[in-house]
Write a protein that binds this ligand. Structure first.
Ligand SMILES: Cc1cc2nc3c(=O)[nH]c(=O)nc-3n(C[C@H](O)[C@H](O)[C@H](O)COP(=O)(O)OP(=O)(O)OC[C@H]3O[C@@H](n4cnc5c(N)ncnc54)[C@H](O)[C@@H]3O)c2cc1C
Length: 455
């Protein structure tokens, strides 16, 4: 029976689901899968994006882990595609590759002042508070007033983590340096700005409702934003999510405020215009234009410019994929160009043996669950394309291990992940916490490879 040797680059949910779906798929060939990730630990944004105070979503890791623990997928962590391993290498050792490399960068926001000191991308902040090994371990939390630009779930995550009392994050898996950083934050006011009305937001009701449950934080909404147009009224009547969002916001409009030490302000119909520097050259003010409904479901500017004094700005206007060496890339959309997961080369022709799935295929929108349907589509093509797979010179399972070792790549494997996992859980135990994440990459690798000095 033919054996498909498959490389998957990216051990986030998209990569793991793709492996799982292929193994369960009806097919006329055997399969052997190697999963590569440049991080020493698997699970992508579930580990390094989903907020630490969302344990239910973090719990998806348990399901992903069950797939890996079955033992029919090999995992190679701490291996970066593009430097440790190239497309030519993969062609030597595999019949096909699926790229599932997701997105970790912030999309740009083209307004004056967005690059001033004190202006940050949400993705960088998320990587800091979720303990990503490739980001600085300290974060400058010096601002009392902060602007968060965006009206999606990531904007609400950032606003919530900034406004939340650090002690309320202690039961989570946040690293110690993150707790210490947040504990000293002098923040009093977090302002969230959305270009459109409250009934056109991208965040979900659950994320919104959570803001209202923060201890010692008042929710501030403004009556002028609730003069609904016909489109908004129809949305409330016909869309359950919008109905719930309206209900939550209506409750907040009736709440007594004034006692809490921190405030979280929601500003709708507010289009970002400029970030203004103070005399020290740092962020001092955020300017926005008031918008209004345009009767076609969108908004238009009113010309009225408003501003708030802030000392920090976080833009949460979306993520963006990164280009991989030797792999086609759509610069505009930040994705690998593809037709239903079959990667397209120059002239849009299908590249044999090369596939994409997850956020790098579809763009950085959608929940973890969506990466499953993505993977099904990609796998269906991979299975049907058997005639055009690559013809590798060294397809044996040992050959790729030899290659990594000859290059001195300190790769981590599934057993190593178990070691790291147990280590993190043990770190949390004395403090009654589920786990405490290990952040530095070299420490993660040493623990995973069993080469860490015994304490
Ligand atoms: C801040 C934030 C919060 C979120 N919260 C939720 C939530 O609460 N609920 C929910 O359902 N969804 C949430 N999502 C969405 C969810 O994280 C994504 O839908 C999902 O992670 C996308 O999966 P993926 O596998 O395509 O990408 P990723 O999860 O990004 O995984 C990609 C993997 O590829 C690896 N990789 C990248 N480049 C290379 C390379 N060159 N070589 C080797 N490996 C590489 C990365 O290290 C990573 O492990 C959130 C997203 C963000 C950004």
């Amino acid at each position: 029976m033919t054996k498909l040797r498959l490389a998957i680059v990216g051990a986030g949910p998209a990569g793991i689901y793709a492996a799982d779906i292929l193994l369960k798929h009806e097919r006329s060939f055997d399969v052997s899968i190697d999963l590569f990730d440049h991080l020493p630990a698997p699970y992508g944004l579930v580990r390094y994006g989903v907020a630490p105070d969302h344990p239910r979503i973090k719990g998806i890791i348990t399901a992903l882990r069950e797939v890996l623990d079955r033992g029919d997928i090999r995992i190679f962590g701490n291996v970066r595609f593009g430097t440790d391993l190239t497309l030519d290498d993969l062609k030597q050792h595999y019949h096909a590759v699926i790229f599932a490399t997701g997105a970790v960068r912030d999309a740009d926001l083209d307004i004056p002042g967005i690059d001033l000191p004190g202006s940050y991308g949400a993705a960088d902040f998320v990587s800091w508070y979720d303990g990503h090994p490739d980001f600085p371990r300290t974060w400058p939390l010096e601002a009392e007033q902060v602007a968060v630009i965006g009206n999606g779930n990531v904007a609400l995550d950032v606003a919530r983590i900034l406004a939340k009392q650090a002690d309320d994050l202690l039961p989570t898996e946040i690293p110690d340096n993150v707790y210490q950083g947040l504990k000293t934050s002098p923040v009093t006011d977090v302002h969230v700005f959305g270009r459109r009305g409250p009934m056109q937001v991208k965040f979900t009701p659950l994320e919104l409702r959570e803001l209202g449950e923060l201890r010692d934080v008042d929710m501030i909404v403004h009556d002028e934003d609730f003069d609904y147009d016909e489109a908004s009224k129809t949305a409330i009547e016909t869309n359950k999510q919008v109905f719930v969002i309206d209900k939550v916001l209506t409750q907040w409009r009736q709440r007594q405020v004034g006692q809490a030490s921190r405030r979280l302000h929601l500003h709708f119909y507010a289009k970002p215009v400029e970030v203004v520097a103070g005399p020290d050259g740092r962020v001092a003010e955020f300017r926005y234009e008031r918008t209004e409904p345009d009767a076609a479901g969108g908004v238009r500017g009113t010309g009225e410019i408003r501003s708030v004094k802030v000392q920090a700005v976080y833009r949460a206007v979306g993520y963006f994929g990164s280009e991989l060496p030797g792999v086609p890339f759509d610069e505009k959309r930040g994705v690998i160009p593809n037709h239903e997961g079959q990667v397209l080369g120059d002239g849009d022709e299908i590249m044999p043996g090369v596939y994409a799935t997850g956020w790098i295929k579809r763009g950085p929108v959608g929940l973890i669950g969506h990466t499953k349907s993505d993977a099904m589509e990609t796998i269906q093509h991979l299975v049907n394309d058997q005639a055009s797979w690559w013809n590798p010179a060294s397809p044996s399972e040992e050959s790729v291990v030899e290659l990594l070792e000859s290059r001195g790549v300190q790769y981590t494997d599934l057993e190593g992940w178990h070691r790291l996992d147990e280590h993190e859980i043990a770190l949390g135990e004395p403090q009654g916490r589920a786990r405490i994440k290990v952040v530095p990459r070299d420490e993660m690798v040493q623990i995973a490879r069993g080469t860490a000095p015994v304490e």
